[in-house]
Design a protein around this ligand. Structure first.
Ligand code: PMP
Length: 401
């Protein structure tokens, strides 16, 4: 697997690169790099406009990417796939186009305490502008979300439930199907932030029975600056665009304009053509792998990492959810996460340190920063061993001070 990823061929600080930051962004397989290069080297044209060969090729590849994403997500049709900049833009689109015009005084939005800022701040703004109330369901000490707690926070005024499919800090995988059932029983819609789950968990939006699903291309081994908002067709059909301009209009006069049908209505201006095509290549690459083997590999890596880190004195893993994507946040006694990440970089090991864009969650957990390691399909036990050795080295190094 690792040989598909040219970035892993480099050395960092004269050491083999150990990349443990896939949750921030995944490395790119050759298939993605070649697809993007092909756009620039050959099919370099704008989409949906030109009659010439290059434009036709680019347009076909762009729409084929949409179809690939529809397949990846289990969408009923590719018209349900809107290309956006990433999960952040997808969630902002739902906030601006669905929630803002529909919510009013006394309506409620429910989120959990483990949300990334991207799935929290847009709802704060909707609440502030519409008079709606933002409810936050607390999490268990394990890092899990209790369905009973969620149920107790749902009311008949809850219009929208917005939750992560998987936490970027604790790795917790949330029971989306059950949450969808509970939300719908109260007449609320469910928005799922799939930024972290999409690279690890099989997604079928029909089976999950959610109403909106957001993902970022760069976290599923695709390019950055591209992502998807999936939404049920009937919801997209009744939503106004939140950006307007070229390509999304059907007819324009000085007095006004009519819009194209979804998904084009939500893709104003020249889109990220090479990003979409690269993302299409990424999900085709992923679907070409044996899904069960991939899941088993990631589960094995996670278990190995947990047991290895637990043996290192002073290392404390945060949270213990029963189902988690392959990522772990932890503390190392007496070493600040930023110092630790800098030390690990010196050993050629890339990790993330900080508040992980989930400041309210970290505050609840009683930390201002955590170190996080996250795994992708290219990681091996040797990477975990390198991390463990470096962590022991860090303890020795910092104990001097
Ligand atoms: N939600 C979660 C859970 C995330 O981890 C991230 C990325 N860190 C986002 C949303 C936002 O994704 P992006 O920055 O790609 O828009």
């Amino acid at each position: 697997m690792a040989r598909d990823f040219p970035a892993l061929e480099q050395r960092v600080n004269e050491r083999r690169l150990v990349y443990l930051d896939t949750a921030a962004t995944a490395l790119k397989p050759r298939a993605v790099i070649e697809a993007v290069t092909q756009v620039y080297a050959r099919d370099c044209a704008n989409v949906h406009r030109g009659l010439h060969q290059l434009s036709q090729r680019a347009s076909a590849a762009y729409e084929a990417a949409r179809a690939a994403l529809a397949g990846f997500l289990g969408a009923r049709s590719q018209e349900e796939v809107v290309f956006v900049r990433g999960a952040t833009e997808a969630l902002n689109l739902v906030a601006a186009s669905w929630a803002m015009p529909r919510l009013g005084q006394g309506d409620r939005i429910l989120v959990t305490a483990l949300e990334h800022h991207a799935n929290l701040v847009p709802w704060q703004i909707v609440a502030r502008r519409t008079g709606a109330i933002l409810d936050v369901a607390p999490i268990e000490p394990s890092g899990e979300v209790s369905l009973d707690v969620l149920a107790s926070r749902l009311t008949d005024r809850t219009r929208l439930v917005a939750v992560s499919h998987a936490s970027n800090v604790l790795g917790t995988v949330l029971p989306i199907r059950e949450i969808a059932r509970m939300a719908h029983a109260r007449g609320a819609l469910l928005v799922v932030d799939g930024a972290q789950a999409a690279a690890h968990v099989r997604i079928d939006v029909k089976d999950l029975d959610c109403d909106f699903y957001a993902l970022s291309g760069h976290k599923v081994y695709g390019p950055s600056g591209i992502g998807v908002l999936w939404a049920r067709a009937e919801l997209l059909a009744e939503m106004e665009p939140y950006q307007v301009g070229g390509d999304m209009v059907a007819d324009v006069a000085f007095e006004g304009a009519s819009y194209r049908a979804p998904p084009h209505r939500f893709e104003a201006g020249t889109p990220n053509i090479e990003g979409a095509i690269g993302l299409g290549a990424a999900v085709r690459y992923l679907r070409g792998l044996d899904a069960a083997a991939r899941e088993a590999h990631e589960r094995d890596l996670l278990e190995y990492a947990v047991s290895t880190l637990e043996e290192i004195p002073g290392v404390q893993i945060v949270g213990s959810p029963a189902t988690r994507i392959p990522l772990l946040s932890f503390t190392v006694e007496d070493i600040h996460p930023h110092d630790l990440a800098t030390f690990l970089d010196g050993e050629g090991i890339a990790v993330r340190a900080g508040h992980h864009c989930a400041q309210p969650l970290l505050e609840q957990l009683g930390h201002s920063a955590l170190t996080r390691v996250s795994f992708g399909i290219y990681n091996t036990h040797a990477d975990v061993d390198a991390l463990a050795e470096a962590l022991r080295g860090a303890r020795d190094f910092f104990s001097v001070f």
